[in-house]
Ligand binder design. Structure first.
Ligand code: PMV
Length: 354
């Protein structure tokens, strides 16, 4: 067998939903019960770096996550690999003398190495960055010509929220109507320069792995919560319209009100699940009280909070000055290594640490 290796490395940031996705109408294709909106973080923080390699010497597909080999046999990986392979084109690397014809891809195998620079599966959307990066790097390697919308529909089949990580800025995942999911894609609402005074700060309350995965949590919620359909049908559609408006006009008070309300409603449907799911802990609740009090005392919101499927707080400050004050308050109320277990901060903008 000839011995060459062709490689592509890509880096994808994670995204944090400000209007949450929670609940699937189709579990295999990963089709949601409502639209969602997220903000993609700066690529220099919380991102996945993935290298995909192909060689005629590889005998089967293999993957390493944070240097540990993981199985690719799960349906989600297989769906992504199959969808990308079926769209491969000819690839030629003249310098290395490599020529891969479209039909050769079916007999070639990949080695994939992926690394997260943040806690995996702790409610920091590691699977979002991971699957987006996997799909993107494989698409580059195989010269897939699809646009980002179509790639997002493939990443969605790895992890729902992954479809939103293919763009920067604010992104909307349109739930779609089609049974096959062709129209369940992500679109960019505005790019990363549109609202660049926002500063995102992540307070890592606990980097332990979450107890209830989003997959089983969503399933239990959809099966048992009387509230979740009301949320999906009556609440989220209006919120999505208002949120798009708030983002486009950079209206921070409206943005903060919608973000906090939606996070709280997502955790309310978790609590409405039987048995109830608790993603937040006492420290999370104390952070919420702290921000609510501060916003009320200022008369207009300064900071928005949102929590995903874990206790870690994502705090969005209206500008750098507010972010610096926020960091001061966090350090005062939750000194590192205190019993609050708020032991580290990931700051979305390095400049406020100066
Ligand atoms: O894509 P998943 O299965 O990791 O689910 C993500 C669910 C939330 O993070 C809680 C909400 C969201 O819209 O990202």
């Amino acid at each position: 067998k000839s011995s060459w290796v062709l490689m592509v490395t890509a880096q994808t940031p994670t995204n944090i939903a400000v209007i949450k996705y929670w609940g699937k109408r189709d579990e295999t294709l990963i089709l949601p019960i409502n639209d969602s909106i997220s903000v993609t973080l700066d690529p220099s923080h919380l991102c996945t770096t993935t290298t995909v390699a192909v060689s005629p010497q590889f005998t089967h597909d293999r993957m390493w996550l944070n240097a540990k080999e993981i199985s690719l046999s799960g349906g989600r990986y297989q769906n992504c690999l199959r969808e990308i392979r079926s769209r491969a084109s000819d690839v030629e690397d003249e310098k290395k003398g490599i020529k891969i014809a479209k039909e050769d891809w079916d007999n070639l195998h990949f080695h994939i190495a992926s690394y997260n620079n943040f806690p995996t599966a702790a409610g920091l959307a590691s699977s979002a960055a991971g699957f987006a990066c996997l799909v993107y790097s494989l698409a580059k390697l195989m010269n897939v010509k699809e646009d980002s919308g179509q790639l997002s529909a493939i990443a969605r089949q790895g992890s729902g929220s992954a479809c939103r990580s293919l763009y920067g800025g604010f992104v909307k995942w349109i739930m779609g109507k089609d049974d096959k999911g062709a129209d369940s894609i992500a679109v960019q609402l505005v790019d990363e320069n549109h609202w660049d005074e926002l500063v995102i700060l992540i307070a890592v309350v606990s980097s332990r792995q979450k107890e209830t995965s989003s997959t089983s949590g969503m399933r239990e919620t959809v099966e048992t919560s009387p509230l979740v359909l009301h949320r999906a049908k009556e609440v989220v559609p209006k919120r999505v319209i208002e949120m798009e408006e708030a983002i486009k006009s950079r209206d921070f008070p409206a943005f903060a009100r919608l973000t906090c309300s939606d996070s709280n409603q997502f955790h309310a449907v978790c609590l409405d699940t039987s048995p109830p799911i608790f993603y937040m802990n006492d420290t999370s609740h104390r952070i919420i009280s702290c921000v609510e009090k501060w916003n009320r005392s200022e008369g207009t919101p300064q900071v928005a909070y949102t929590f995903d499927a874990g206790p870690n707080a994502v705090l969005i400050a209206r500008n750098r000055k507010t972010a610096a004050l926020l960091l001061q308050r966090l350090l005062f109320y939750f000194p590192p290594q205190s019993d609050a277990d708020l032991s580290s901060y990931i700051v979305g903008d390095k400049s406020i640490l100066k």
